[in-house]
Design a protein around this ligand. Structure first.
Ligand code: ZN
Length: 419
């Protein structure tokens, strides 16, 4: 482990300031949890973005709305359409500083407007149950207060930062990926605010992830009068599905999840259209190449069926984020800062993916679970542990102040990444 650090009186004063805002953080979180911002609720997402503009104005930086390009999506009926997104929130502070940090997060949640889970409830004095309480409205408040503490500290002028908060993380960041890549390419290190586990441990290395849809077209016919004329797209999609599933176990650490088949209709009609969807998780770039080769072979195979045409749509959206020396350096600094604050910071590898994958794909070493301690995310039992709001804000604030003082050399971490 790296050598311990001291906290200067100026840094201590900035850390102590965070505690004066602890009650305010909880009050704001309660308000935000009540704003539904499901990934497809554009009104709610824009309301939340308005909240972000309001609270981040306190940093004094330049705020803008970043328009996101639409992405391609295959509808259940096989038509290819454009998925539109509401803008990302972008804050820029001291863009000309020598050391640059990028901080990212998302204001969307997995809970749609129609979901019954729309309000917070205290389970005990420290535990709030609520949609997005941990993932990641609480995390956004952690990030904000760490930055506000930095701005009160002695060396703040030495670092600049970009904050990008996006409306599409829970649906794969297809709209915001380009902007995340642009900011990740310019920054020395990245900090992302997904929740830590309830015990405070972080996500270490992450697998990579890709999503595809195979669009299959056949020929419709009456099942009784001319069954032989029909070409069954659902059967072709089913063959593809079983062959995708059979790829599991063929390469260590690579998994295929066939998640859904759409298609067909009345029992007296040979179905002419179907869509098969699947997700793939990989360890590294070599796995990606192997996967692309295997699924391309299956696409060719399905096209060899008489009267069937099949087209793959999709790709790898979040490349793997392995525990390279550059990423390990970021984790060691997190651990060192935690130790100075009396926190024992640990981490474990995960198959889950997030914006940290996208930042690493741009060569930006990062820790991506700097948000609140929480549990049961993406379910109605989601909880945020409220004392972790100031606790984790102090952790990030101390890291930022050490990047500013130079005790943590962000440029060195970036040079370890080799790009
Ligand atoms: Zn999240």
């Amino acid at each position: 482990m790296a050598k311990p650090i001291d906290i200067s009186p100026g840094e201590q004063a900035a850390l102590d300031w965070i505690d004066t805002r602890a009650d305010g953080m909880v009050a704001t979180l309660k308000d935000w949890v009540r704003i539904n911002s499901g990934s497809r609720n554009s009104d709610g997402l824009e309301r939340m973005r308005g909240e972000l503009e309001r609270v981040f104005a306190e940093t004094g930086g330049r705020i803008e709305a970043v328009e996101l390009p639409p992405s391609e999506a295959v509808a259940p009926d096989g038509s290819v359409m454009q998925q539109a997104y509401t803008p990302s929130f972008h804050l820029s502070v001291r863009p000309d500083a020598e050391v640059k940090i990028v901080l990212t997060g998302h204001h969307d949640t997995v809970f749609p407007k129609e979901d019954s889970f729309q309000d917070w409830k205290m389970l005990d004095s420290d535990t709030m149950n609520g949609p997005g309480a941990a993932d990641m409205k609480g995390g956004i408040l952690v990030m904000l207060h760490a930055l506000l503490a930095l701005e009160r500290s002695p060396y703040a002028e030495r670092i600049g930062y970009d904050v990008l908060i996006s409306p599409d993380e829970e649906i794969g960041s297809l709209g915001s990926a380009g902007k995340i890549h642009e900011l990740g390419s310019k920054a020395h290190v990245g900090m992302t605010y997904e929740p830590a586990l309830a015990d405070g441990s972080l996500a270490g290395g992450r697998k990579g992830s890709g999503n595809w849809a195979l669009k299959v077209s056949g020929k419709s016919a009456h099942a009784g009068r001319e069954h032989h004329v029909g070409r069954n797209a659902v059967i072709a999609a089913a063959e593809f599905a079983t062959r995708i599933d059979a790829l599991n176990g063929q390469r260590e650490g690579v998994t295929f999840n066939l998640s859904r088949i759409d298609g067909g209709g009345p029992t007296n009609v040979v179905p002419a259209s179907a869509v098969a969807r699947f997700n793939v998780r990989v360890k590294d770039a070599d796995d990606e190449q192997w996967v692309l080769g295997e699924i391309a072979k299956l696409e060719v195979l399905i096209n060899q069926r008489d009267g069937i045409t099949a087209t793959l749509h999709g790709g790898f959206t979040r490349p793997a984020k392995p525990m390279t020396p550059a990423n390990a350096r970021m984790f060691e600094w997190t651990k060192t800062a935690g130790a100075a604050l009396g926190l024992d910071i640990r981490w474990n590898d995960t198959g889950g993916v997030c914006e940290g994958n996208n930042l690493w794909a741009a060569g930006c070493p990062n820790v991506d679970t700097l948000g609140v301690r929480g549990a049961n995310i993406h379910s109605h039992d989601e909880i945020a542990i409220l004392p972790s709001l100031p606790e984790r804000a102090r952790l990030s604030a101390l890291m930022l102040m050490k990047f500013a003082s130079g005790e943590f050399d962000a440029r060195e971490a970036r040079s370890l990444a080799g790009s």
